[in-house]
Design a protein around this ligand. Structure first.
Ligand code: ADP
Ligand code: ZN
Length: 290
């Protein structure tokens, strides 16, 4: 029986799964993310016991995915210091002797949503997670976009909302980037309560919706994806969806005329159909590519 390994590599935990060749999950486990020295042997043991034939990895970034680069397959400038400049593909290939395909966690999730989830049957979609950070994966023509490096949608610059007491945001690299203004932890930094506990009628949610709507507007104007999928912890507050949709329609200013906009983006800006499974399903699809 064909077995494929899937790894969703996150900053807090690693989710590992074994899939059959036809896409059933045979086994799944998760372990805390520590240093590579501590975490890699445990993951290698899991995958080698199962004699997988290929491994797909959806990983936190930034990553070097350029096949002509000497550090292709490395995790590069991550703030998770023990993993900075870590050759994750090479480490698994040398230990497991199987093909390994690496992509960003969000590109993996976008691929899964495009093949099996909210954007099934469409040619393109954008998947954005709004959690501890903000990241976006883009599928166009059925393939994940890499380009120069890979998209880093979370660090696009945003117009601060005049009601925001911290208009410069909290990103150590940029002034007023999306992640610095709208990731989950910024809500607590700004208002002193967690995103989960911020009351629904608090102005903080209107500001959050404003920033996410600016991102949706920018994405529609830049890439014209056929679906925008918003996931991650912050979007558990599902009352945000109508706020983001209606603010996006306002920002578009009647410039784009299409059915999705006429319908108020109700079926266009949507939650992930695969829920929290899009990450691991994406890693499985990457393994299939191998
Ligand atoms: P990660 O980004 O670390 O993979 P999540 O997508 O779950 O994980 O994001 C975690 C962040 O999302 C938390 O820091 C918190 O700010 C926010 N969050 C988690 N759950 C909720 C919730 N139910 N409502 C609002 N915000 C939440
Ligand atoms: Zn930034």
């Amino acid at each position: 029986m064909q077995k494929l390994g899937a790894l969703e590599a996150g900053g807090t935990k690693m989710v590992l799964a074994i899939f059959s060749g036809t896409g059933e999950i045979l086994q799944q486990t998760s372990i805390p993310t520590r240093t590579p020295e501590e975490t890699m042997p445990e993951m290698i043991r899991f995958f080698s016991q199962e004699k997988i034939q290929a491994l797909g990895i959806g990983c936190f970034g930034p990553l070097d995915l350029n096949p002509s680069s000497p550090s292709c397959g490395y995790i590069t400038m991550t703030p998770k210091l023990p993993w900075r400049n870590y050759p994750i593909v090479k480490a698994f290939q040398e230990a497991l002797h199987v093909p390994v395909v690496l992509d960003t966690d969000v590109n993996g999730a976008a691929l899964a949503e495009s093949r099996l989830g909210a954007a099934k049957g469409l040619d393109s979609c954008l998947y954005v997670t709004i959690g501890t950070g903000i990241g976006g994966g883009l599928v166009i023509g059925g393939r994940c976009v890499h380009g120069l490096i890979h998209p880093e949608l979370g660090h696009q610059l945003i117009h601060p909302d005049p009601r925001d007491p911290h208009p410069e945001g909290f990103c150590p690299y940029h002034t007023s980037c999306l992640e610095g203004l709208a990731a989950g932890p910024t809500i607590q930094k700004r208002w002193g309560v967690t995103a989960k506990d911020l009351p629904h009628d608090h102005v903080g949610w209107l500001i959050e919706a404003e920033y996410l709507a600016q991102m949706c507007h920018n994405a529609m104007m830049s890439f014209s994806p056929e679906k925008i999928i918003l996931g991650g912890g912050v979007m558990q507050q599902d009352f945000l969806f109508p706020l983001v949709r209606s603010r996006t329609v306002s920002l578009l200013g009647n410039y784009l005329s299409c059915a999705a906009v006429e319908q108020g983006l109700d079926d266009y800006i949507v939650p992930p159909a695969l829920g929290t499974r899009s990450g691991i399903m994406g890693a499985y699809l990457l393994a299939c590519q191998a």
